[in-house]
Structures are given as structure tokens and as C-alpha cells.
Design a protein around this ligand. Structure first.
Ligand SMILES: [Ca+2]
Ligand SMILES: [Ca+2]
Length: 85
């Protein structure tokens, strides 16, 4: 399987694991995003203020939730950053 495809599947699984906690599986609320960070990438989970800023930067259309496309965009940015090293 192509590497990008594998990464997308992992992303989707991670998204689904946390997005369904409040009954709305289509998007991540701020609380769900906080859970995701603390469990999956604790080294990136900052304090509440950092999380607020981070949530705002992920929520591209400012509807108060992070959809899968918004999440993928973030992950793609992260991957580009990692690859830059
Ligand atoms: Ca949700
Ligand atoms: Ca949004």
C-alpha cells in the first residue's frame, strides 16, 4: 500500500476514535481534540490557552468544530514539517 494511503487510513481511524465521543461522529469538538492530543501526541498537548489557539487554527471555517477535511489539512501540514527535517 502506498505510504500516503496508509497514513490517511491511520488518520481516519484516529479521527473516528475521538470524533464520536459526543455523538457527532462527523467532527471533533474542542473537548474531543483535547482528548486526542493527550492520548496520541502528549508531547504536543500544551496548556488550555495553547489548545484554544490550536483549535482556532484547525477550525478553518470557524464553525466551532474540526471536520475531517480540516483535520487532514492539519495532518498534511505536520507531515510536511516532519519531512522538512
Ligand atoms: Ca464529535
Ligand atoms: Ca470547522
Amino acid at each position: 500500500m502506498a505510504m500516503l494511503e496508509e497514513q490517511l487510513i491511520v488518520l481516519k481511524k484516529t479521527f473516528d476514535k475521538y470524533a464520536g465521543k459526543d455523538g457527532d461522529k462527523g467532527s471533533l469538538s474542542k473537548a474531543e481534540l483535547a482528548d486526542l492530543f493527550h492520548e496520541e501526541i502528549p508531547e504536543m498537548a500544551g496548556d488550555k490557552k495553547q489548545l484554544d489557539q490550536f483549535f482556532a487554527s484547525l477550525d478553518g471555517d470557524k464553525d466551532g468544530t474540526v471536520s475531517f477535511p480540516e483535520f487532514v489539512q492539519f495532518a498534511a501540514t505536520l507531515m510536511l514539517l516532519y519531512n522538512a527535517f
